[in-house]
Write a protein that binds this ligand. Structure first.
Ligand SMILES: *Cc1c(COP(=O)(O)O)cnc(C)c1O
Length: 226
């Protein structure tokens, strides 16, 4: 049987190989372990193998895990859709939110972030391929939302997150990810100082790294099929 530690090591190997192929330093790509649907024991096993950042999609499920694992050195990222009535839970329990796709959610998170906690680190979720069922805002709306978020004192804008539609091959996946990279570069050319381009999952992390991803979000390849 392959353990979580083995699979984590294999994913790190893939990240290393993708970085070498792209001529990039592996230190420039963070791994987010997506633990949705897996219990606290799976998170503990990955943590014991050296993994510190975990992503969750379902707020209620995530909060149960976060509370169960309180006190451990884990950085929690919210990567799923957020309804208005869940913002308080998110503001109180997570370190990062990558799935911001409208100002109202950002404003509520800012208002509800508890005193004494570090600012919430946030990414704007962008729909770069026009996928009809996808969350995320249109690329041309990102600059305006970024400017608004930067005015919120308890939020710190770190970058962009994308979930492109599956592509038929490596070149097509690279081309999709390159759109997000171009937007990221354009925002930084305007002085936004973003350091996080979150893209790439179990199936396409190699293409995402080729296109400039700084954070890959990997679930299945670490924890198994959901
Ligand atoms: C589930 C999920 C992932 C991980 O997907 P895998 O294909 O299991 O690696 C990454 N990002 C988001 C936003 C997800 O919902």
């Amino acid at each position: 049987m392959t353990t979580i530690a083995d699979k984590l090591q294999a994913v790190q190997g893939r990240i290393g190989a993708a970085c070498r192929a792209a001529g990039r330093d592996p230190a420039g790509v963070r791994l987010l372990a997506v633990s949705k649907t897996f219990g606290p024991d799976a998170v503990r096993a990955a943590l014991a193998a050296g993994q510190a950042a975990f992503g969750e999609n379902y707020i209620q499920e995530a909060v149960g895990k976060i509370v169960a694992l309180q006190g451990l050195p884990i950085e929690w990222h919210c990567i799923g859709p957020i309804q208005s009535n869940k913002t308080r839970l998110v503001a109180e329990h997570f370190d990062w939110v990558q799935s911001i796709d409208r100002l109202k959610i950002a404003q509520r998170l800012d208002a509800q972030r508890p005193d004494g906690r570090a600012p919430l680190q946030v990414c704007i979720q962008v729909n770069t391929d026009g996928g009809p069922t996808k969350a995320g805002i249109a690329p041309q709306e990102v600059a305006a939302l970024a400017a608004e978020i930067r005015r919120l004192p308890r939020l710190r804008l770190r970058g962009l997150m994308t979930i492109p539609e599956p592509a038929p091959d490596f070149a097509a996946a690279c081309a999709l990810h390159a759109r997000a990279r171009a937007l990221f570069d354009a925002l930084n050319a305007d002085g936004l100082g973003l350091d996080t381009l979150s893209m790439g999952m179990s199936g396409d992390l190699d293409a995402a790294i080729q296109a400039g991803s700084t954070m890959v979000r990997v679930g299945t390849a670490i924890f198994g099929q959901r």
